[in-house]
Design a protein. Sequence first.
Length: 443
Amino acid sequence: MKKTIRKLKGTLKSRPVLFLGAAALLHISVAAAILTVGRYQLMPAQFRANGLGEFASDCFPYQEEVADLVEVLKHSGPVSWATWPTQLHVRLYSLPVAAVSRWMGFSVLAIEPLNLVYYLAILTLVFKLGKEVFDYRAGLMAATIVALWPSLLLHTTQLLRDPLFLVAVLALFLAMTRGLKRNYPWHRGVLVGIAAALSIVLIRIVRLPMWDLTGAMVGLFGVFLLARLVRERRVLIGNVGLAAIMIAAFVITPHFQSAFRNQQHTKARRRVLPEQIQALPIGEQIGIRRAGFGLEAADPERSTPWGSVIDPEVRLERRADIIRYLPRAAVIGFFAPFPNMWLNSGTEVGTGGRILSGLETLVTYAIECFALAGLWRARRELAAWLLFTILAIGVIALGLVVNNIGALYRLRYSFWILIVVLGAGGVPYLFGRKSSSAVPQPE
């Protein structure tokens, strides 16, 4: 009997490893398939010969910057490479390209080692989030859904900053969730707080326009942690230390913006400069950034201007305009792209891409229903309500600012993953296979 129990425990412990191994094979296979499609021009309108896709067109200028960094690394050394003005994700992508440059030129397979690390890190964090809020089964189900999500899988093979950003955001979500679920001694709280602070700094560097939303998330965590302390009528030194370090990181980080500029530099022309806009009031930021997305979508070089824009005529210039638009923003954030867009031809993804996004959106509607069930199942858990509040604020904020459907689709991934986590917890609840509610998991 003891041998059987040991064998069962060993099998359960090995499942995540086997899952990550299968996920790694899947990702490598997809990257190789994309490169084959591009190399043999099987879909010339969608993929270039090196595997870069038109659906991720902002990665094209990054390719040139990666090539420049490889040359800098080869001829000027690591110090010049580290201080060369470019974006952080481009700098990191230049490392695997430099490593294989003797044998092959730039392609999606050349950057696959780093993309694979990002992909597996995302799946690991999703699994841990689901396990933390619900149980092992929910974590594995959520990680599986994310692993097999077609558009996310495709985007993680490209030369984009999105995977790095997702890793940073999910790490922050996990730190906050554990801060509400576990009882940390002071030294453990400090360690988790340092990891969360690094995630906050990384978000600032990689995607500066998300900074105010990051502040809202940190503030919400502080409020929910205070509610836990009041409910339990005790003070948890480690958890309080975690919150204090996160708040301090958010307050202090902007003062080092001058040091971050070297990691945010881009050769691409920008109509909207994030650092300058960040100093403006929130209302003005929303209006300017929304107008910026509209200008990008209406670029005269595109064949079908405004083809991917929602409500192009809307201008959010005053606080009253923003308040009136909030219900519409919520609808856009949770339900776009709408069914009337599923069969149209996209400006960058074509008809096939729109059909794929339509099928994914249809499945997302079902996941959102399961997410409500998952929230009800964990209704006594502050961690579940924190994740729900964050995703609701996030998608509504994106609905206010981002009126380009392609950009919205990618920026929404971090909040969509939270919906998946809650949905994975709701599936067994709806189908009558209730498992124990979320309990603190051992490290």
